[in-house]
Write a protein that binds this ligand. Structure first.
Ligand code: HEC
Length: 204
């Protein structure tokens, strides 16, 4: 009984202490049992903020930013299709230069070699780990495929291949296609492609 009384009084004192003065005005900050996210580490728009060098919480866009969900301008270089249609463009709209080829080679080695292999025959390192249905770029079907469709495959993926549009810039996608064409050509060349002075070396 003695314990009960003590606890009972203690409970009343606690209850009155915590809840009893609700509504009365005080200049002191209230007791905060659950902070309810009253204070947050957040930036308010259009407010000054010392975190950034320019002391603004709203930062200007990074150059080249495109709003999420905003469609690309419907031009071949962005879509691989003829403007206003769903037809693929036959040939890359980007001028083929040595620099583009080099860039394409480098990007191909980074992004495509793991699966398609350095020679484009679909025997990349992943084939050793059970990924066997990778396309071989030397298939007649892929040799005659339009540049536009390949662009679309890189951008949006196809069947088992995932999309790489988010990882590879548009210019780089066209550079990769230029290099891919060179890979295909390397297995299709004939004697006519060999420069005259070197021909003798191939005669026998
Ligand atoms: C993670 C593995 C992987 C990577 C990386 C990859 N591919 Fe593929 N790719 C595939 C597979 C698998 C297929 C076969 C898809 C199918 O038909 O199911 C394929 C198919 C293709 C095709 C043929 C599509 C068709 O219409 O049949 C093209 C063209 C192609 N890839 C280009 C590329 C290029 C260019 C790159 C580099 C930017 C690349 N791929 C990177 C796995 C990959």
């Amino acid at each position: 009984m003695r314990y009960f009384l003590t606890l009972y009084i203690l409970a009343i004192v606690t209850l009155v202490g915590v809840a009893g003065f609700r509504g009365s005005v005080s200049r002191k900050p209230p007791i905060e049992i659950f902070p309810d996210m009253d204070r947050q580490m957040k930036l308010r728009p259009q407010e000054p903020n010392r975190f950034f060098g320019n002391r603004r919480s709203s930062q200007p866009f990074v150059p080249g930013t495109i709003a999420r969900g905003m469609p690309y301008k419907d031009i071949p270089v962005n879509t691989g299709r003829m403007t206003g249609s769903t037809n693929w463009i036959e040939i890359s709209p980007v001028e083929i230069t040595e620099a583009l080829m080099e860039r394409g080679h480098q990007r191909y080695d980074i992004h495509c070699t793991p699966c398609h292999g350095a020679a484009g025959d679909g025997k990349g390192i992943t084939s050793k780990y059970g990924m066997v249905a990778v396309a071989n770029f030397h298939d007649a079907r892929l040799v005659s495929m339009t540049d536009g469709e390949i662009f679309n495959t890189i951008t949006n993926g196809k069947n088992l291949m995932g999309p790489y549009g988010a990882n590879i810039k548009i210019e780089d996608r066209w550079a990769i296609i230029a290099y891919l064409r060179a890979l295909q050509r390397s297995r299709l060349s004939t004697m006519d492609d060999v420069p005259e002075p070197q021909k003798a070396a191939f005669q026998n």
